[in-house]
Design a protein around this ligand. Sequence first.
Ligand code: NAI
Length: 702
Amino acid sequence: MSADYTVQGDVAVIALNNPPVNGLGLSTRLGIMAGLEKAIADDAIKSIVVTGAGKAFSGGADIKEFGSPKAIQDPNLLSLILALENSPKPAVAAVHTVAMGGGLELALGCHYRVVAPGCSVALPEVKIGLIPGAGGTQRLPRVIGVEPALNMIVSGEPIKSEMLAMLPGQKLFDKLTASADSLMEEAIAFARSVADVRPLPRVRDLPCKHPMGDAYFQFARNMVKGMSKNFPAPAKCVDAVQAATKKKFDDGMVYERELFLGLMVTPECRALRHLFVAQRAASKIPDVPDNTPVRAIKSVAVIGAGTMGGGISMNFLNAGIPVKILEMKQDALDRGIATIKKNYEAQVKKGKLKEDKYNERMALLSTTLSYDDIKDADMVIEAVFEEMGVKETVFKKLDEVMKPGAILASNTSTLDVNKIASFTKRPQDVIGTHFFSPANVMKLLEVVRGEKTAKDVLATVMAIGKKIKKTCVVSGVCDGFIGNRMIEQYSRQAGFLLEEGCTPQQVDKAVERFGFAMGPFRMGDLAGNDIGWAIRKRRYQEKPHMKYSKTADLLCELGRYGQKTGAGWYDYQAGKRDAIPSKLVEDMIAKHRQDLGITPRKVSDEEIVQRLVFSLVNEAAHILEEGIASKASDIDMVYLTGYGFPMHRGGPMLYADQVGLFNVAQTMSRFAKNPLDDGAFWQPAPLLARLAAEGKSFNNVN
Ligand code: NAI
């Protein structure tokens, strides 16, 4: 059982002991209950202190138990809290470091709460698509007031204990201790001081009202609706807190439970829970243990001050790591530095960055034209032109000058990292760091593991990626790595859809209704259609058997590269970004169909979404089977953080699981029969076919 029981004179101390955050899984609950029963049965004990051993009071429910029989096995969280509340001897929570979700709810079940300063207090359930389900929505408003409680519950954000202790009239904390170190001593003294108080105060007995009544909740509901498109939980938080003001406590608890269970089975909740688990899983690499030693990265060099080099540098400067940028010519350096300054200054202007922080960051930045100046850097990231010849020159030079043990990273988006490594005599130190543009903004970092990349190099880059606040996902070496290899199939489908009868705006709208921030054609106009054109030209040489729609090439031949040329798939008015459907493009597509002898057909929005999303899924299944990605959830992380896949769908793999792989495979087989599509591509990938036949899901490959 994961709770310790000790006695200090007439006070029993129950300490949750389930590292790292004292999650309230079954064995912790059993431990607390056993301690409580023991304390109640012992006549020498007058009061009880409940606390958390180690680095938390409690981080809350054990998310891995959700949906499993263990979650409801007695004592469940509700019955445990009730037992504390009904204890005939005073129960005092000694709260420190972290009190979140079920942890805070547990403390609210105690008669008193003593808290250390610096403790993060939150009900974060909304972040995984739920509402607090063990009385949080009913008890928190009673102790800190309706509005502060609703704000905490709807946002899920932590607030420091000393801030909460300052709220006027608050009854959440009976005592804020002088320091974290004195918590136990002060909590035990407090427990002694209330040993004879009867009746014992219970949060459930406190009144709960808002002076504006229902009008306030209507206002809150409107606010929440605007902010939480696609997610049902925030509105349910409002309903639950409103119930606290209208219903008797026990009825409010029943209502909270109903809402909680209703949300638990929604696809949105499943998606957010998946994301929560996937985020943590992404940093785990099957054959690289957590305790792999990492190399110290105290300074970084960046080669190339272009679009990517500048953004990459900013990430390290923001984390307080000095950066030296190397270029071939001074004017390229000047341009790069000016862009970095412009980006920071825009943040200062918006009030997002303080002037002194900006100065601190710029002071960490230096430039050079000489490799001699970067030889002592712990890590170097190359972001020069995407040409193997240029990469070869740079890596040969790096091999010559860099100190032993330095990590040599390439930001290449398409080139073979193994080949780049082969230009050096230290391929074990070479790795790919594929940042996304704009590199100072985008969360995703694909960490590309070469055949010879050393495990400690991989572990170091994952750690430094976390330090610069990126979501790191490991990819093996292949053309396009995980993300771009999949997006190529998606773009191909978008092209076929135009030939078969769609307009760009129809495709975009269907995909945007599904939840993508932008459809493929608006996206193309934003990124520049010439980029895809260049890639296709290469593909026509490399993969002559691969079928492509030529529509996008015709568009580029007209010079319509997108927003930067004032016209692309859509028309644009000067200085504006609104995409206006283009008659010229429509005619161009119609003429192209005619030339190919295609009679256009009406394509449903459902087919559009399926063709685009399932194309991602099928390619992803190949990627998984080839071991380029080690888990299906890593692929979801790539798409959620790098490609704007709708968060409430949980990524392409979870989406496919929710549709059912059998259905997905059937639909693909149907698409394979379409003569205008690429039949060979639509053969379900062997892994997908196997899982579908066995009635399994991608989740089984996590
Ligand atoms: P860019 O053309 O904006 O910048 C490249 C810079 O490298 C230029 O300033 C150039 O002067 C400098 N350079 C070229 N050869 C050099 C050498 N031998 N020594 C020192 N500096 C040299 O290119 P961008 O877009 O920043 O791309 C850089 C790398 O990042 C490429 O490998 C590209 O594939 C990759 N990438 C680009 C993304 C994008 O969206 N632009 C996204 C992800 C990766």
